[in-house]
Ligand binder design. Structure first.
Ligand code: 4AZ
Length: 843
């Protein structure tokens, strides 16, 4: 073998050194002479070697990839159904152990095998098929087919299976089984396997006139087990459909199908294209979780992950005669139409057409009060899935109330649902109107909706298409938004809220030179920053000052139990320990503001709260008066309310605790004996000593219950904000109560909720003729319409904060009437009362 080094071509020795043992020598870069002496071809050799090695490793890599990955087989599963014409359904087909089932199942398996084997992209990969169930029509067979395919051919297989046509079955087979439709849908192989091997399968057939119940294993005494795959096959007699209703639904929250979930199928196969709904989390009992099948079968599946901790669900179903009747010819001048079974979920595969015709000289308009035709991921522009069509215009998704009108006395409304994913549908009023005068004594919106004259040019989009706010002359107290040209109150300028929708009200809000802009947008001279005085009013000019060490205490820093001060805003209960002693995350303090039923609800009427939605809301009944005031639960024994509720009046000793009864977990005043409701007498009332029944300053009181309550899904405490927590102008909050529905009117039976916004203090003080003190905050709408009212007093103004907990921002206190224009409601400022609360409750 040749020694490379002896070959001059490869020698790295200087030629002149031939024959000497070389010493290691590093060439100085400047020693050009020595460098020049090298044979230049050596470079090509090195490059050649490198390229050669690269080619070899690439080839090896490709081979490994080809055999280890590309050729590696992956399991593929498809599920679906085939319809068989030349068989008649018999009861024995409902039971997979009967000879009848097995015989027909074998024929279907043979047919599927032949169908697959006849296709070059499918046949070689086919492993096995199973028939999982049959149903009527003539006979529909539900199957699972398994394949094993090299990964690089998986996509080809997918396309081939999904595009398979039943006509490809050979003639001989077709004479045995006359099949006229074939559906296939890919299925996660692991999921398919776990469902097939599972013992948690139930087969239920509705009994005429009876309700059949079923629930998750262990319900309601023990939580459902972890890692479960359960399925319930629901059947009804031929000519019937299934009405399924979940009476209780309490499962873990799920996200992108991790966690626990239930799926409902309008079929007996777990094919996604037949999925009606995925359910997870918790639904309040009042949520109408009712579903209807389009045929006489339905499948319910349950998947749980490794940590099932919730009670699960209890459901019941019954059969109702199948009817395809919906829509119709309407000749009345007004009425109501709804999607089938509203507010239950409408069925898949339905079409309803309403042909509305009113007297010849009138036009028709229709107002959709509720509109939920939503399928996550579906396009709301093209409405290719479920939709309502009027005058060739399609509507779909989830919509706020809207009006559609026609320029003639006729209107055709068409509702169409496709075969998957249903929603609660719609309810709508239609009516005829005089084409010359659509809104007598009212303002006519562009969409022909009628609003009160006073709502025109008031800065609020009452028509929902802004037509009431166009071409208005802005008054001296208003400014004009840039894009929409709408007039808005001037105090919306620079308040940190995008009131115009184009931020034009929040532009040019910077402070002049040598000024500091506070967090509340106020401008103060730069020199006032860090002067140890709160010039901003929100303390932001005294935070982060260089001479102030990070943990220095000010009025605006959070104080830990050990007196350490935290400059971070809202450090309490945010999941991060900021205090060395951990007191900002104290479990007792942070066990508040939770809503077991946090799901968005869709209740007819709009302002009814949902059961359990505000579990800290308390109704205070005064003997002989019934409900008189609201209050908020803040601990197992303590309530916060308004001091003015407990002032002796007209000879009645409202300050006497024995006069009062507290109802907790209450939803409907007429159902105070419901099992969710807990009743307590009051042991002690402490009203703020400085409460003034002239100014309503310091309108706060603490009530002690006769004995502690146990927290439940319907009874939970609200969080008390630290004195440093701010509820900024424009923030939306909930006011709740059983107070009067209109000024001077009677109270509500069902707890009401209203979404209102914090209003700028100075502007509100102007509107209320300087009657505010620092212990009051304003919330509502300057335009009026939504407000607290008599009987709501003492109740909570609840704010959902970034830690996903509800905080008591205010206590309903007073107002100039209810819901009047320019007269927002006034609330006790709870943060301003923090020290009083601490002293009087220990919280
Ligand atoms: C009341 O009399 C009352 N509009 C409470 C709140 C409001 C008005 C009156 C606010 O209890």
């Amino acid at each position: 073998m040749k020694d490379m080094d002896s070959n001059p071509r490869y020698s790295h020795r200087p030629q002149s050194m031939n024959g000497y043992e070389e010493a290691v020598e590093f060439l100085p870069a400047t020693d050009t002479k020595k460098v020049e002496k090298r044979d230049p071809r050596w470079k090509f050799v090195v490059i050649g070697v490198v390229i050669g090695a690269a080619v070899i490793s690439l080839a090896v890599g490709l081979l490994v990839w080809h055999f280890a990955y590309r050729m590696a087989r992956v399991p593929k599963v498809y599920t679906g159904s085939v319809r068989i014409n030349n068989y008649v359904f018999v009861d024995a087909y409902e039971n997979s152990s009967t000879p009848e089932f097995k015989q027909l199942a074998n024929k279907v398996k043979d047919m599927l095998g032949e169908l697959y084997r006849g296709q070059k992209d499918i046949g070689p990969h086919f492993t096995e098929s199973y028939v999982t169930a049959f149903s009527e029509g003539s006979v529909i067979a539900y199957y699972l087919s398994e394949f094993s395919v090299p990964s690089y051919k998986a996509e080809v297989l997918d396309n081939a299976v999904l595009n398979l046509k039943i006509q490809s079955v050979n003639l001989r087979m077709r004479q045995i089984l006359s099949v006229d439709s074939f559906e296939a849908y890919p299925l996660d192989a692991n999921l398919a396997r776990s469902f097939r091997n599972n013992s948690c399968s139930y087969f239920l057939h509705a009994k005429p006139g009876e309700v059949t119940k079923f629930s998750t294993p262990g319900f309601p005494n023990t939580p459902y087990p972890p890692n479960m795959r359960c399925q319930w096959t629901l059947r009804a007699d031929a000519g019937h459909v299934i009405r399924l209703h979940f009476k209780t639904f309490k499962m873990d929250i799920c996200k992108d199908l991790t966690g626990d979930y239930v799926k409902l199928y309008d079929s007996l196969s777990i094919a996604e294209n037949r999925r009606m709904m995925t359910l997870c989390g918790s639904y309040p009992p009042s949520y109408n979780l009712t579903f209807f099948s389009s045929q006489n079968v339905m499948l319910v599946t349950l998947v749980t992950d490794s940590k099932g901790r919730q009670p699960g669900f209890m459901a019941q179903f019954r059969q109702i005669p199948q009817t395809t009747l919906c829509g119709g010819i309407i000749r009345n001048s007004e009425g109501v139409i709804t999607s089938p079974f509203y507010p239950a979920h409408y069925q898949a595969n339905r079409e309803c057409i309403w042909d509305i015709q009113v007297p010849g000289d009138k036009y028709v308009k229709i107002r959709f009060n509720m509109f939920y035709l939503l399928e996550t991921g579906a396009s709301e522009n093209s409405c290719t899935k479920d939709f309502v069509e009027i005058n060739h215009q399609k509507y779909c998704g989830e919509k706020k109330p809207f009006v559609v009108s026609s320029n003639s006395n006729k209107m055709t409304v068409r509702f169409r649902s496709d075969q998957s994913v249903t929603d609660t549908g719609f309810t709508a009023d239609y009516l005829s109107y005089d084409s010359q005068n659509p809104c007598p004594d009212k303002f006519t919106c562009k969409d022909r909706r009628c609003i009160n004259m006073a709502q025109q040019c008031d800065g609020w989009n009452d028509c929902s298409d802004f037509s009431d706010e166009l071409n208005c002359n802005c008054s001296a107290s208003q400014f004009r938004c840039k894009n929409s040209q709408i007039c808005k109150p001037k105090f919306f300028l620079c308040d940190g809220v995008d009131d115009c929708g184009d931020r034009s009200d929040e532009k040019d809000c910077g402070c002049p030179d040598n000024n500091f802009q506070c967090t509340n947008k106020k401008c103060i001279p730069e020199a006032q920053k860090c002067d140890k005085t709160d010039n901003c009013g929100d303390g932001s000019d005294e935070i982060g000052c260089p001479e102030v060490p990070p943990n220095t205490c000010t009025k605006f820093t959070y104080k830990c139990k050990n007196n350490q001060c935290i400059t971070k805003t809202n450090p309490d209960c945010d999941g991060v320990q900021d205090c060395q002693d951990g007191s900002d995350e104290d479990t007792n303090m942070c066990n508040c503001g939770k809503r077991p039923y946090s799901r968005k609800t869709r209740i007819v009427g709009g302002v009814n709260a949902d059961v359990g939605e505000f579990p800290w809301q308390v109704s205070l009944h005064a003997r002989n008066d019934g409900h008189a005031c609201g209050a908020s639960l803040v601990s197992p024994t303590l309530l916060l309310s308004a001091a003015h509720c407990f002032q002796d009046l007209q000879g009645i000793r409202y300050s006497d605790p024995s006069l009062w009864t507290a109802y907790l977990g209450l939803h409907n005043q007429a159902q105070r004996t419901s099992q969710n409701v807990v009743q307590r007498s009051i042991k002690r009332i402490v009203a703020h000593k400085s409460f003034s029944d002239y100014t309503y300053d310091n309108d706060i009181a603490m009530l002690e219950l006769s004995s502690p309550v146990t927290y439940t899904d319907f009874i939970q405490p609200i969080c008390i904000p630290d004195s440093t927590r701010t509820f900024p102008v424009g923030k939306s909050l909930w006011v709740t109560g059983w107070g009067a529905l209109i000024e001077g009117g009677t109270g509500a039976s069902v707890l009401q909720k209203a979404d209102i916004r914090i209003i700028n203090y100075n502007e509100c003080n102007q509107l209320l003729e300087n009657q505010l003190t620092e212990r009051m905050i304003c919330a509502g709408f300057v335009s009026g319409g939504i407000d607290a009212c008599q009987g709501d007093s003492g109740g909570p103004l609840s704010s959902l904060e970034s830690n996903n907990k509800m905080y008591l921002a205010g206590v309903v206190s007073w107002g100039d009437g209810c819901a009047r224009r320019n007269k927002p409601g006034i609330y006790t400022n709870v943060t301003a009362m923090r020290d009083w609360i601490k002293v009087n409750t220990g919280l």
